[in-house]
Design a protein around this ligand. Structure first.
Ligand SMILES: [Ca+2]
Length: 328
């Protein structure tokens, strides 16, 4: 009886918060990463696979929001190391953001993967469409930890808006700066996920038909003060995630902010005891990538909030997943 009451309470809270508590079934994840400029994308993939090893999520696809085949090779190398060499891949095929990387070229040379050429793999938008078409209604969580090139192009593809509406329960988007109550207007500056393909960010966030949860910079990126990664030094030398952190820091793995790792965790587990959630509203993103937050009880968008005195707890939860060895 108590268990049943707790279940009812959980479901009610889930509806109230807009982010489900721990699901009984593995959460189906479509993961979209820039995997170029920052090692936290590699850390996020370690967290994603550790959660999949625990049957908390199913990785439907891993795509890149960049055209660099070395980024895709690094994604594939991590999938392979974690025992999932067949996870579907996709990348930006036409244009897209090109940035130098301190680690993807070396990861591509040093680790086994199947990416000989980017032309052997589909456009990420095709992967979005194929994956979502084949999944049950309202069953997929989209996680973006990079640019919004693919999301925008997917929405503009034939039937993309309908697929997003029908299949995706929630989009967890690493981005935004939500400081102040209500958040100040000019604090998205510094958010490269939005700025480097501003047209796509503007389009995707304004047009996305469903729920969005933003993991803002003040909660998990550099301004948050949260940082992990040095513990990767204790993982095997053939761990490509450890290698990504080493190459990023030109030496031993060191602590780095947890932006992309946090986005993955909240996508799979929900808020748990790590975060709170804002009241609903809408990000009114301007073309210069500043934004106003428009509170609206009927809004479909929310953003994560830090809990008081909880930073070290969040770091511990994320670090345990970051360094977890692959499932035997
Ligand atoms: Ca990223």
């Amino acid at each position: 009886m108590i268990a049943r009451l707790l279940l009812i309470l959980s479901v009610s809270l889930s509806a109230l918060c807009g982010v489900s508590l721990r699901a009984a079934e593995p959460v189906k994840i479509l993961f979209d990463t820039d995997m170029t400029t920052d090692c936290d994308d590699a850390g996020a993939m370690a967290v994603l696979h550790a959660l999949a090893d625990r049957a908390e999520c199913e990785i439907l696809a891993t795509v890149t929001s960049v055209p660099d085949p070395n980024a895709l090779a690094s994604v594939d190398a991590i999938n392979r190391y974690r025992g999932r060499p067949d996870v579907p891949l996709g990348l930006v095929k036409d244009g897209g953001v090109k940035m130098p990387s301190k680690f993807t070229g070396r990861i591509a040379r040093e680790f086994p993967h199947r990416v000989v050429s980017g032309s052997d793999f589909p456009d990420a938008v095709e992967v979005y469409r194929r994956i979502l078409t084949n999944q049950p209604d309202r069953s997929v969580v989209l996680v973006t930890v990079g640019y919004l090139t693919n999301v925008s192009r997917f929405l503009q593809s034939p039937g993309g808006m309908e697929l997003a509406r029908a299949k995706v329960t929630r989009w967890v988007c690493m981005g935004g700066n939500f400081i102040g109550d209500p958040p100040k207007d000019d604090l998205s500056l510094g958010n490269v996920n939005f700025q480097r393909d501003a047209a796509s960010a503007h389009h995707a966030i304004h047009r996305w038909p469903g729920e969005i949860v933003f993991a803002g910079r003040e909660v998990c990126s550099v301004p948050s003060g949260l940082a992990i990664g040095s513990a990767l030094a204790g993982t095997p030398a053939d761990n490509p995630v450890r290698r990504a952190y080493e190459l990023y820091f030109d030496g031993a793995a060191r602590d780095r902010h947890v932006a992309d790792l946090a986005a993955v965790l909240v996508a799979v587990r929900g808020l748990t005891d790590c975060w709170d959630l804002s009241a609903p509203g809408r990000m009114d993103l301007r073309e210069d990538m500043t934004f106003s937050w428009i509170p609206d009880p009927a809004g479909k968008q929310r953003y994560l909030l830090k809990k008081p005195d909880n930073d070290r707890h969040v770091e511990r939860v994320l670090e345990a997943l970051l360094v977890a060895p692959p499932k035997e």
